[in-house]
Design a protein around this ligand. Sequence first.
Ligand SMILES: [Zn+2]
Length: 302
Amino acid sequence: MQNKTLITLSAALFTAGLATSALAQAPAQPAAQPPMFATTKVEGTDNVYIFRYQNHQAMFVVTPAGVIVTDPISYGRPQAAKAYLDEIRKITQAPIKYLVYSHHHYDHIAGGKVFKDAGATVISHRRAKERLVELKAPDVVIPDQVVDGKRSIKLGGTTLDLIYTGRNHSDSSLVMLLPKEKVLFAVDFNSLGAVPSRLAVNDSYPTEWETSLKKTLALGWERMIPGHPGPNGRLGTRKDMEEQIAFMTDLAAEVKKASDAGKCFDPATKEVRVPKYATLAQYEQNIEWNVHRWCGYYGRGI
Ligand SMILES: [Zn+2]
């Protein structure tokens, strides 16, 4: 009896295996793999581009007087910065004037040597430089100049404002605003229609993050370029940011209640949920990490 069951099961698995491999080989279903990297011009602008490499992206601005590059996005893949520069060189031969870091996390800023060697002045928030000097990562270029609150770069008829809106996903985030184009480049602290990931909340500052989002929202922008491509590659909207503020406000209120009831970290991480936001992408995968981080803040003061 037992043997017969086994044989039947094996036969079923074998058939299923055949079906799977037949499907895998079917020419009618080609895998739609996006190219490794791509450069796109931001619609409605004369000179604002997005360079994407796998799942990271950065903005660059081309002017007759030179190019402003942001985030080299080359952590563990030095070829990305090389490809980034090659892509710029297909558009312009103007000098690379600036390289601006969005914040100090390596996945966004490793690999800047290509741009430094091309003549760029490297700029970051003051705290990013302090961290990078301490950390001495071999593939991260130490910034030449720092910004504390705000700095405007004027180059070849374009203005780019570098603005610190406070601690959020890191303590060193600069947002980059093109006031004429009303385009903002902001990295890792605004998830487009999603619950922030484990990595996004790991190094973060609850409640200050909300304040930073509100300050960022108050800047005069209409479209946001994120540091990771949005759903179907779309840009961020003000509605995305408003939604994230609402999510974080409600999350904070729920975790605070649980914390005051002595439930942090356990059982709060398993129990506290904000079902109103369950339709956000990655809600199930990420909500526990968010509760855990906010529990650290309210429950332990960390
Ligand atoms: Zn980050």
